[in-house]
Design a protein around this ligand. Sequence first.
Ligand SMILES: *[C@@H]1O[C@H](CO)[C@@H](O)[C@H](O)[C@H]1NC(C)=O
Ligand SMILES: *[C@@H]1O[C@H](CO)[C@@H](O)[C@H](O)[C@H]1NC(C)=O
Ligand SMILES: *[C@@H]1O[C@H](CO)[C@@H](O)[C@H](O)[C@H]1NC(C)=O
Ligand SMILES: *[C@@H]1O[C@H](CO)[C@@H](O)[C@H](O)[C@H]1NC(C)=O
Length: 574
Amino acid sequence: STTDQTGCGSGASPYSLLDICLNFLTANLEKFCTERQDGTLCLQEPGMFPQEVADRLLQTMAFHGLLNDGTVGIFRGNQMRLKRACIRKAKISAVAFRKAFCHHKLVELDATGVNADITITDIISGLGSNKWIQQNLQCLVLNSLTLSLEDPYERCFSQLSGLRALSITNVLFYNEDLADVASLPRLESLDISNTSVTDITALLTCKDRLKSLTMHHLKCLKMTTTQILDVIRELKYLNHLDISDDKQFTSDIALRLLEQKDILPNLVSLDISGRKHVTDKAVEAFIQQRPTMQFVGLLATDAGYSEFLTGEGNLKVSGEANETQIAEALKRYSERAFFVREALFHLFSLTHVMEKTKPEILKLVVIGMRNHPLNLPVQLAASACVFNLTKQDLAAGMPVRLLADVTHLLLKAMEHFPNHQQLQKNCLLSLCSDRILQDVPFNRFEAAKLVMQWLCNHEDQNMQRMAVAIISILAAKLSTEQTAQLGAELFIVRQLLQIVKQKTNQNLVDTTLKFTLSALWNLTDESPTTCRHFIENQGLELFMRVLESFPSESSIQQKVLGLLVSLKKKKKKA
Ligand SMILES: *[C@@H]1O[C@H](CO)[C@@H](O)[C@H](O)[C@H]1NC(C)=O
Ligand SMILES: *[C@@H]1O[C@H](CO)[C@@H](O)[C@H](O)[C@H]1NC(C)=O
Ligand SMILES: *[C@@H]1O[C@H](CO)[C@@H](O)[C@H](O)[C@H]1NC(C)=O
Ligand SMILES: *[C@@H]1O[C@H](CO)[C@@H](O)[C@H](O)[C@H]1NC(C)=O
């Protein structure tokens, strides 16, 4: 829901007034603030923020990656009251955290992925310094953090006696820590995915409280299947259990669990994605004994293909058998790169038969792409899906704001993987759409530069044509200043002239030549620097040859003469 509230809805409805204000405030924060002596920010307006708005402001700042020691200063004092705090990916110190957040009456804190200088121990001792928080904090998310820098350190979870839900994934978190957590008197929901736990016996301490247990990819587990099942059997109140994995282990735990007759009577949700030996028959038998089941996770297993498991009715299924299952997988697993890739891969094979515009599916692709910007397999699969989902007529039905998000992410992918042919190709193919190039707001200047950079390093004829087509359309839409700035990059003019030369030598009039001439025309217009680059790189001589080589091509002549007029205008002004 974080992404929903901060600007990536399905893109069909306009932004809410609140979102517009928060985005504006976030983007211009310094203008609304004064600076304290220690360099931190403080809002100028004396008024109070309603608590929900304060929560949303913090969340918006986190979403845009703007939380640091200076900016979190606005949450000191009493102007803001936070209740559900999201400081994902903040870059803050332990001191700044304590000063900005620990005096609020926090009920929830999501500190996923904050920088490594602040440890879990710092966060908990900060929270524990406030009596109210100790008793009332209910939900704490500490994914992808460092537990402590001290060795040995003091185990500290027991301070937070009100805690009901704890998520602590991708952390070096051991059996002793699990024992500490399991003794929390109210704990109902626990996520210890990808931690270093080798033995889950400590969970027996909270067997009468635990309702939800997620242990995706518990890679260090050293128990036999029978031992694990013996612990799970005791967790009678569980309604959600996740023992999914990245397809890495050959354990038969999933199948053995499905075969148990009188285990987990209250279960409504079971995730065994990525597990081996799972069959439709076993899944069906398990579910038939539990008619209230609402979800089963079957992605990257061999199951999910039977009539019973389509995922259409009350029983949701994540899997790869059809679009409904894939959409469910993309929704649930957006934080798990491996599953995102699997789901996108299967989505791509389905796009062959998609004839309708599917904004809700494209939106799920966007979320996966945004969550894993540096994961090449995810970006490759996602960009291929984007192309097929927005091709030709399909793009027309997509909301502009969704396409703007997509375009932004495609450009990010091009930037992160400049030398990956297939990825660049997928992105260029997707960008080369009238709807995107004409109607969608995005940073056209950056896009033109990225495409140009790619063009300089590659020779592929089809891609070259597409790249110059994109550049010529972008160039026509840039402001005069931007065109000038782009043309001022010497390499761009040189590269475009190089293409003209190549085509003239081959005596070949094709769309690549036409687009290249258009781009040069647009880039020289009103830009003395571009004109100078043009002349200094023997552009005039080359254009004389073009006119001589293609005496009967009026579209070529028009563009060449257009550019020569640009040069003349420049001379007049000078
Ligand atoms: C699992 O956790 C470790 C840190 O303990 C982290 O380095 C790794 O990236 C995580 N794996 C995944 C798939 O997130
Ligand atoms: C797959 O999903 C479609 C709807 O998206 C549904 O009509 C169909 O029955 C499902 N088929 C299978 C085999 O799961
Ligand atoms: C999706 O892309 C593949 C590969 O380019 C193509 O074969 C397929 O026809 C495309 N599907 C659609 C619906 O465009
Ligand atoms: C840009 O190029 C197009 C066609 O090539 C032309 O119609 C248009 O007038 C040009 N614009 C400028 C500002 O040079």
